[in-house]
Design a protein around this ligand. Structure first.
Ligand code: PMP
Length: 351
């Protein structure tokens, strides 16, 4: 090993779901929205002035922060935006988790948390979920250097009721508690309203799922002005121009069209209910989903076998080969046609 190689940062990277690009595939593996972004987004993209791309974007992201602040009825000093919620969360880990004490996050949750903690050398501990895949608030009543968890949780799709979220925040007023609400628009109750009451609460959301903009990379955090300022200070110490011009413009348009947003969500929820019912009839078991995916195992057929058979047919779902969850598949709710194709194939060829 050369001398310089000894000083390379050792990391085990996060592995994102695969992004195949096939004309006829059915892609239910990364929880994207099956419907296009709002018409205003499409229009704004067509009207974008390419000559402006020679100019840097607005480093303060003021247009996007303004519409989000209006949308939530919060001051602009309570909104932070970034390149997808991954960027916002990574920035939040760097900003808030600087204690010697371990950060706590559930053993089964978003697997990126472990990667950021390792990257930044943050100690952590991972309390188990209960047998129904629920977070147990009492496990978070111990010394810690911060808390982060998705609600609804991923990949389980289970929602922790807001009174229990509040119990966790109330008990942990000496550390920052991050609630990752990537899937909140599909069910459950947001903790955003608790940011008035608890200055140590940061809520993180994304445009990737409910606003059909995964490809644009837009995420945001809402919280007390002190938390938001701390995030901005770290951001400006890292990269001033995180959001590009296109993302800022299209993000604004996506927030403006509330009717389209509601209609899009309603379609996905209707499909989720219909598919849930049929899957149970076919022998699948899964917790009630508060998200745009189902976390399902079959009573007889192993998950890996289903995964391989589906993949051969260019139907992509996600299988995590990890302790406690390897019996399950995470299946994104697609369009009705996609889900019927998925169900028909499973019923006809796999069971
Ligand atoms: N949090 C959770 C729980 C997620 O599942 C995801 C999606 N992989 C993210 C955050 C990040 O999403 P994005 O960076 O696209 O906003």
């Amino acid at each position: 090993m050369a001398e310089w190689e000894k000083y390379i940062r050792q990391v085990v990277p996060y592995v994102p779901g695969e992004q195949p690009d096939k004309a006829k595939m059915i892609k239910l593996n990364t929880n994207e929205n099956p419907y296009p972004p709002a018409p205003g987004v499409v229009r704004a993209l067509k009207e974008m002035r390419v000559d402006n791309l020679r100019l840097y974007p607005d480093p303060t992201c003021s247009s996007l922060i303004k519409v989000l602040a209006e949308y939530y009825g919060l001051g602009e000093d309570r909104v932070f935006v970034g390149v997808g919620s991954d960027d916002v969360l990574a920035m939040a880990f760097l900003t808030f988790f600087n204690s010697e004490k371990p950060v706590l996050f559930p053993a089964v949750s978003y697997s990126f948390y472990r990667v950021w903690a390792d990257l930044y050398r943050i100690p952590y501990e991972c309390p188990a979920l209960d047998p129904e895949f629920r977070i147990r608030p009492e496990d978070y009543k111990r010394e810690n250097g911060g808390i982060v968890f998705p609600n609804p949780n991923a990949p389980t799709s289970v929602f922790l009721p807001l009174d229990q979220v509040e119990e966790m925040i109330r008990y942990n007023r000496d550390v920052v508690v991050i609630v990752d609400e990537a899937y909140i628009d599909f069910g459950g109750e947001s903790a955003v309203k608790l940011t008035d009451k608890y200055e140590n609460l940061l809520v993180v959301q994304t445009f990737s799922k409910s606003r059909s903009l995964a490809g644009m990379r837009i995420g945001y955090a809402l919280g007390n002005p002190k938390l938001i300022k701390a995030l901005h200070d770290v951001k400006y110490s890292f990269n001033s121009y995180t959001m590009n011009r296109t993302a800022l413009t299209l993000g604004v348009e996506a927030v403006k069209d509330e009717a389209y947003f509601r209609e899009n969500l309603a379609k996905i929820l209707a499909t989720r209910e219909r598919v849930s019912k049929r899957m149970r009839e076919l022998g699948f078991e899964f917790p009630e989903s508060y998200t745009n995916f189902l976390f399902a195992s079959h009573r007889r057929v192993p998950a890996k076998k289903l995964f391989d058979a589906l993949r051969k047919r260019d139907i992509y779902v996600r299988h995590f080969d990890a302790p406690g969850i390897d019996r399950y598949l995470r299946i994104t709710v697609g369009t009705d046609e996609e889900m019927d194709a998925f169900l028909n194939f499973v019923e006809g060829d796999c069971l």
